[in-house]
Write a protein that binds this ligand. Structure first.
Ligand code: PEP
Length: 246
């Protein structure tokens, strides 16, 4: 399976930072065996997509409706029109701060798919849930309720992002990553049959150029969702290079 390294810029970046998007897109051409994409703040999608029409630019969220009375929200159709080709949904920062439920995440995934976007659905346990030995159960519950029945490998990836590893510099042990990714894989195959074996499962949470090679070598780790280390080519490209070398 071709590895997929996606960046999540979160609420970072203004117009001058399109230079970093350009640098990453140019450098990514040296690694044709790795799929890459950058999920940008909504305000940068159109300028980035028009500067780089052949590079996958993504959003970080979308609304589940096509249009309507949803002040401040952006629909998947609008993101597609702006030039996005994918969207993250269900990031833990939104599940926590915007109280997004699994049902809402599922509706957003379906809306994004209907608009013609690829989708990364995020799942992951909190530190308290891990300490209570509930990590596998929590992740599988989120997965089962967040993925629509229409899930398929040609438009969907899953990102396992332990909440306590995001932006903290801490990562789970290789054994813990293998356990969760294996459980996600088994669940995907049970629900979606042979295609469930092809849905890419990304790891996210403090992945960087130093730890990417070992994380990406773990079975069923088919790529990474990268926050802080996706903001510049010098931090992002070592992760892409590690993915190419695995
Ligand atoms: C993320 O927010 O999806 C993420 C993985 O962040 P970081 O790489 O900064 O931990």
């Amino acid at each position: 399976m071709q590895k997929f390294i996606a960046g999540n810029w979160k609420m970072n970046g203004q117009l001058p930072d399109i230079a970093s998007v350009k640098a990453i897109a140019a450098a990514a051409q040296n690694y044709p065996s790795v799929d890459t994409a950058l999920c940008l703040p909504a305000t940068l999608i159109a300028p980035a997509a028009s500067a780089l029409p052949d590079y996958p630019i993504g959003a970080q969220d979308c609304h589940s409706a096509v249009s309507g009375a949803h002040t401040g929200c952006i629909s998947a159709v609008m993101l597609k029109e702006a030039g996005a080709s994918l969207s993250i949904v269900g990031h833990s920062e939104r599940r926590a701060a915007q109280h997004e439920s699994d049902a809402e995440v599922r509706a957003k995934a379906l809306a994004a798919k209907s608009a013609g976007l690829s989708v990364i659905v995020c799942v992951g346990e909190t530190e308290a849930e891990r300490d209570a030995n509930m990590a596998v159960a929590v992740v599988l519950r989120q997965l089962d309720h967040s993925l629509p029945d229409e899930a398929a490998s040609d438009w969907l990836s899953v990102a396992y992002e332990p909440v306590w590893a995001i932006g903290t510099g801490r990562i789970p042990s290789a054994g813990d990553v293998e356990q969760i990714h294996g459980a996600i894989r088994a669940d995907l195959e049970a629900r979606f049959g042979a295609d469930g074996a092809k849905i890419r499962i990304l790891y996210g949470g403090s992945m960087n150029g130093d730890n990417a090679a070992s994380l990406l070598a773990i079975p069923n780790v088919d790529g990474g969702l990268i926050g802080g280390a996706s903001l510049s080519a010098d931090k992002f490209m070592p992760i892409v290079a590690a993915a190419a070398a695995v």
